[in-house]
Design a binder for this molecule. Structure first.
Ligand code: CA
Length: 360
């Protein structure tokens, strides 16, 4: 290479480098990686499906300006530590179920599910049209968080039991995994209730540390392998009639996002709520049929056990009402539930009855 062409080449190279250097800081400034901690291992059906979907949605829709780095339970913090990690700013956002955080505030129960409460559709009615989202925003702000429902597991079965439940007495001393207010209800009826993270339930069940457990539903439970170690599956449950999942941002991080980014996050959480609910509902029937074909005993609690669940649930609900924030949210929630339920009974309820009758 002669000197002239070297100079010419380096001049061109220099110009290219200069323009890259000029463009790079602006581009880099616009791109952020946010750490999202979750309460389950990667790949867990339904729960992690929602977490992965919202992470991909936000990353793709912002063209990488907000890149969500998902860190599953145990990789940065433990399954139940995600709330405090995000509240304190150790992580930027979490994907979890808010009823894991009743010690922070009992009203978080309403943003997952409460015994004898809302189905997934009724929850959406309240959240998006009857003040639920506003209540969630207000409650979360007390903990330096901004929260959105982001997923719904649909109706959850009563769970897996190594004995048959023929009366309330059968619950005495039963070591059972059930979080949230449902767990408080079982405890009131004499069970020894434990809250074990999703990633540890199979081990606890198969080692005999617990006598039974509930998780999500036929599709997700089958993937966990509970049918290998527990014979009885109670397919209707009082405790989680439509459990929502939550995406919770550190409030300072949320407020640092641009308005378009905030709009994308909001839209992403609504999309995931809907598709996650329908994923569960689309998969559960076939999964239950597979479980049954594989030898799982499908059972239902007797009516008097249901009645005992109802009495204990009302007591748990009532004892929290002395907290004014809890009482406000409970009032809004149950008003909306009564409204929704009345219409469902008239609309869907009667339609289902007639459709099943006419179609045979
Ligand atoms: Ca559950």
């Amino acid at each position: 290479m002669d000197r002239r062409s070297f100079l010419r080449t380096s001049a061109i190279g220099g110009a290219a480098a200069a323009s890259t250097t000029l463009a790079a800081p602006a581009y880099a400034q616009g791109n952020r990686t946010l750490t999202m901690v979750t309460s389950v291992p990667d790949g867990f059906a339904i729960f992690d499906d929602a977490a992965q979907q919202v992470a991909d949605y936000i990353t793709n829709a912002t063209d990488g300006a907000l890149t969500i780095n998902k860190m599953p339970a145990g990789s940065l913090v433990g399954a139940f530590e995600v709330f405090d990690a995000v509240s304190s700013g150790q992580a930027d956002l979490y994907h979890s179920a808010d009823y894991y955080f009743l010690n922070q505030h009992p009203a978080f129960a309403f943003f997952t599910s409460v015994p004898f409460g809302m189905t997934g559709q009724e929850m959406a009615n309240w959240y998006y049209h009857r003040g639920g989202h506003e209540a969630h925003t207000e409650l979360a702000s007390l903990f330096n968080l901004r929260s959105f429902l982001c997923g719904n597991t649909a109706m959850q079965p009563g769970g897996w039991f190594n004995i048959e439940i023929n009366s309330v007495e059968d619950l005495q001393g039963l070591r059972f995994r059930m979080p949230g207010q449902g767990g408080q209800v079982l405890g009131r009826l004499g069970a020894s209730v434990q809250n074990i993270p999703g990633g540890e339930i199979y081990q606890a069940l198969s080692s005999g540390q617990i006598d039974g457990a509930e998780w999500i539903g036929p599709y997700a439970d089958e993937r966990m392998g509970f049918q290998e170690v527990t014979p009885n599956y109670y397919t209707s449950g009082f405790h989680e009639p439509g459990s929502a999942l939550t995406l919770g941002f550190n409030l300072d991080v949320w407020e640092s996002l641009t308005a378009p980014q905030q709009t994308i996050v909001d839209a992403a959480t609504r999309a995931v709520y809907s598709t996650n609910l329908s994923l569960s509902l689309a998969e559960n029937g076939a999964a239950l049929a597979r479980l049954q074909a594989g030898g799982t005993q499908i059972r239902e609690f007797p009516d008097d056990v249901w009645d005992a669940f109802g009495t204990a649930a009302a007591e748990v609900r009532e004892e929290n009402m002395s907290d004014p924030i809890y009482a406000d949210i409970a009032t809004s929630y149950f008003e909306s539930l009564r409204e929704s339920a009345a219409w469902f009974e008239i609309g869907d309820g009667e339609y289902m009855r007639q459709r099943n009758r006419v179609n045979g």
